[in-house]
Design a binder for this molecule. Structure first.
Ligand SMILES: [Zn+2]
Length: 82
């Protein structure tokens, strides 16, 4: 079930509470990139504690920079909802 086409550059678990978040990251990043509200996506994924939300939120900006360098034709085109 696990896909490895997206590099997970964040810790697998929240530093603060130990909740598993590595498996949420891929979907979170994808949906935020598609234009969804990041807070709403976190709610949908069941990331309710602020410590975990903060970890994902703080990393979405980093991957945004990284993705620019890794854009490839083979990557799924996300629909721009803006
Ligand atoms: Zn946490």
């Amino acid at each position: 079930m696990k896909r490895k086409d997206v590099k997970t550059i964040i810790p697998v678990r929240c530093f603060t509470c130990g909740k598993l978040i590595g498996d949420k990251w891929e979907e979170f990043a994808k949906r935020v990139k598609a234009g969804e509200n990041s807070g709403k996506v976190l709610d949908d994924l069941g990331v309710k504690r602020y410590c975990c939300r903060r970890m994902l939120l703080s990393h979405v900006e980093i991957i945004d920079e990284i993705i620019k360098f890794y854009e490839r034709p083979s990557m799924d085109k996300e629909e721009e909802t803006m």
